[in-house]
Design a protein around this ligand. Structure first.
Ligand code: CU
Length: 146
């Protein structure tokens, strides 16, 4: 019986480790916040996929062009109002924005493989408007948790 239980635990925890794909909602409103991703910082392993759901219309996901992704990663921009997904193969930090709301604080980060090697490049990104403050706060969180 004891063996059975420990086998169960192993099964259970390994299936959790594998099911690391994450879903983020694109929203017009979340509590007091307007135009937001439901999760602003997501941590995944190399090979995991992040799904963004178009719960509300008028949003998308775009990797920030200058320094928003680890070197060698191709640009990524999803269609407005459509669900989208991205499989993360290169470790590092990804900074992304909603194209229409990039100055309204609608930004997010994905950290792949617990790798912060491109943090300096991410810090150099010029966020504008409301996104400036949001980015500062999120980047502090990212740097602190490492
Ligand atoms: Cu948006």
């Amino acid at each position: 019986m004891k063996l059975f239980i420990s086998a169960l635990i192993v099964l259970f925890s390994s299936s959790f480790a594998m099911a690391a794909d994450v879903t983020v909602d694109m929203l017009n409103k979340l509590g007091k916040e307007k135009m937001v991703y439901s999760e602003k910082i997501v941590r995944v392993d190399v090979g995991d996929t992040v799904f963004w759901k178009a719960k509300d219309k008028g949003h998308n996901v775009e990797f920030i062009k200058k320094g928003g992704a680890p070197e060698g990663v191709k640009k990524f921009k999803s269609k407005l109002s459509k669900d989208t997904k991205y499989k993360f193969e290169v470790p590092g930090i990804y900074a992304y924005q909603c194209t229409p709301h990039k100055n309204m604080g609608m930004i997010g980060f994905v950290i792949v493989g617990n790798n912060l090697d491109n943090l300096e490049a991410i810090k150099k990104i010029k966020f504008r408007g409301k996104s400036k403050k949001v980015a500062e706060k999120l980047m502090k969180e990212i740097a602190a948790k490492h």
